[in-house]
Each structure stands twice: as C-alpha cells, then as structure tokens.
Design a protein around this ligand. Structure first.
Ligand SMILES: [Zn+2]
Length: 307
C-alpha cells in the first residue's frame, strides 16, 4: 500500500470515536459547611449554589464523537436565589472513596490568578494512572483536570478540585468553556456563576464526565449561559471506569500492529516514525503482521523508532 493509505490512517486517528456511557444516578460528595469568601467578611452573607443538580446519566446521549453534549436545553439548574454577583468558591469534601464532588464558584475578576500555576503533580485524584500512548498529544492519557479551571479561580494543588480526566476531556471538552467564562469576566468585570460536577457511576473511580453549568449574573445570562456534559473519553482508547485501566480500541490496536516498510532500503518502521513519513511514495509498503516475519525476510528494524 502507498503512503496515501498511511496518511489516511493517520487522519482517521483524529476522528474515530468510542462509545461507553453507562446509566445510573450519579453520586455526590458531602458539601463543606464553609464558603470561602474573598476578604472573609462574615457579614457579606452569600447563598452558595447547591452542590446538587437533578442531572442524571440516564438522560445523557452516548458519546457520538463530539466532546460535549448539551444538557437541559443548555439551561443551567441554578435557582433564582443562587444567582448572586459576589465572588466565592465552594468545593465538596472528598467522599469515602476519595472522589471529588461538585465544585461551584461565582467567578469574578478578583478570583482570577495573577501568578502562574504551581506544580500539582503530587495530587493523586481517584483512579489516577500514568498510561501513555504515542498517538496522544503529550502521550499521557490522563491529566489532573481542574474542576474550576486554574485560570478562573487560581486553585493549584487543591485535591477537592482535581479529578482524573482524559487529555481529550480537558482540552477539547472543558477548556473552550473555561475560556469563554474567563474572556467574559475579563472583558466585562461581571460575575459568572459556575458549577462543575464530576459524575461517577456506582463505585467507579474514574468519572464518566463532568457537568458544566454557567450563568452570568449581572446581565441575567445574556453574556454566558450554558449547561453541557463533557465526556471523559479519549478517541481510540477504551477506559475501564471502575479501575482506570485503559487499552487501545480494536481499530487502534490493529493500526499499531502495523509497520511501514521501505522496500528500497529494506528497513521497517513504526507507523508513527518521522522517517516513515519521509520515504518516497514508490518505496513505501504497509505491512500488517508479525515483526519476526519481516526479520526472517531480511528486513531491518529502524534504529530510530525501534519497531
Ligand atoms: Zn523508524
């Protein structure tokens, strides 16, 4: 097969999806009794938004290739008297299994960090693992995902605000919505009520995803108003949510088992090798099968990608 086939395969990598959203009522952690109020003025009584939402996985469509699904018609579940315009943050205690619950904050410019992010690598959220795949950007399947993004409230290594989330959920699912809020608050000086709820099924250690709700209070949702679920999935990867273990899905496993052969130099490469891409089209072959077979036929493994 020709190089175009390899390129096509590489393009497919970007688009294939996996499904896997089981259905059960989410469990929530117990809320902290104390609200963090900037300035700490006890007289400035604020009713924090509830850490509970009526959202259930039962009503959620299966992941279909889009990182987020609109929930409740895009309308957040906040009640009227929760829609305050005072900055605060509110994080659930970890539950008995060490899992995060909802985090809610009223984001104002005064909460936003002016310093850069500190090291958060010492926090081990429930289900944490360091699985690596070379076809994932930065290779790591899991990130320590902030529930309330660092750029919004400046929380660093707060274990009540970090869950084990896929690179895909973090970057493709959550980040665009965090940016939306950050830009709005910076541009207007207004507040955005923001609640992020990790949704676990049963005793799972990895969340199926996060429910993100936001509402700009001063302009009654005119500037920012959304209610979406970001799926904790990674294209081409099958995740065991009970343990955090992962593996390539069948399509990816097949792709990864392939080699690119330079029929002229008689070297073979991994599909992802940068030298495989450089082989002249008339010299490229794609091979599916055992490494031993190639060695027996006199082919040599590339010294760079070590297939
Ligand atoms: Zn190579």
């Amino acid at each position: 097969m020709r190089k175009t086939v390899i390129l096509t395969a590489a393009v497919i990598l970007v688009f294939v999806c996996l499904c896997g959203c089981a259905k059960e009522a989410p469990s929530f952690a117990v809320p902290d009794p104390v609200i963090v109020l900037p300035g700490g003025d006890p007289a400035a009584a604020v009713i924090p938004a509830s850490l509970h939402t009526p959202f259930s996985l039962d009503t959620l469509p299966e992941y279909d290739g889009s990182p987020c699904a609109v929930v409740n018609g895009g309308v957040p579940y906040f009640t009227m008297n929760e829609k305050v315009a005072t900055s605060y943050e509110y994080y659930s205690r970890l539950d008995k299994d060490g899992r995060c619950g909802a985090a809610v904050a009223c984001i104002g410019a005064d909460l936003m960090p002016v310093e850069s992010r500190d090291y958060i690598g010492l926090v081990r959220p429930s289900g944490w693992r360091s699985d690596r795949y070379e076809f994932i950007e930065n290779e790591y399947l899991y990130n320590r995902c902030h529930l309330i993004g660092f750029q919004l409230a400046g929380e660093n290594a707060n274990e009540k605000n970090l869950i084990t989330g896929t690179r895909y959920m973090n970057i493709d699912g959550m980040l665009p919505y965090e940016n939306l809020i950050a830009d709005y608050v910076k541009n207007t000086g207004n507040h955005v009520l923001y609640r992020v709820t990790p949704v676990f099924e049963g005793e799972d250690v990895i969340a199926r995803g996060v429910l993100m709700e936001a509402y700009s209070t001063e302009d009654h949702g005119e500037g920012v108003c959304f209610c979406v679920f970001a799926y904790n999935v990674q294209p081409y990867i099958v995740i065991n949510y009970a343990t955090g273990e992962s593996r390539p899905d069948e399509g990816m496993a097949e792709l990864l088992s392939g080699y690119v052969i330079n029929v002229r130099s008689r070297k073979f490469h991994k599909l992802t090798c940068k030298y495989a891409i450089l082989i002249r089209e008339e010299n490229v072959e794609f091979y599916h099968g055992s490494r031993d077979f190639l060695i027996e036929r006199g082919y040599k493994a590339c010294g760079y990608c070590r297939p």
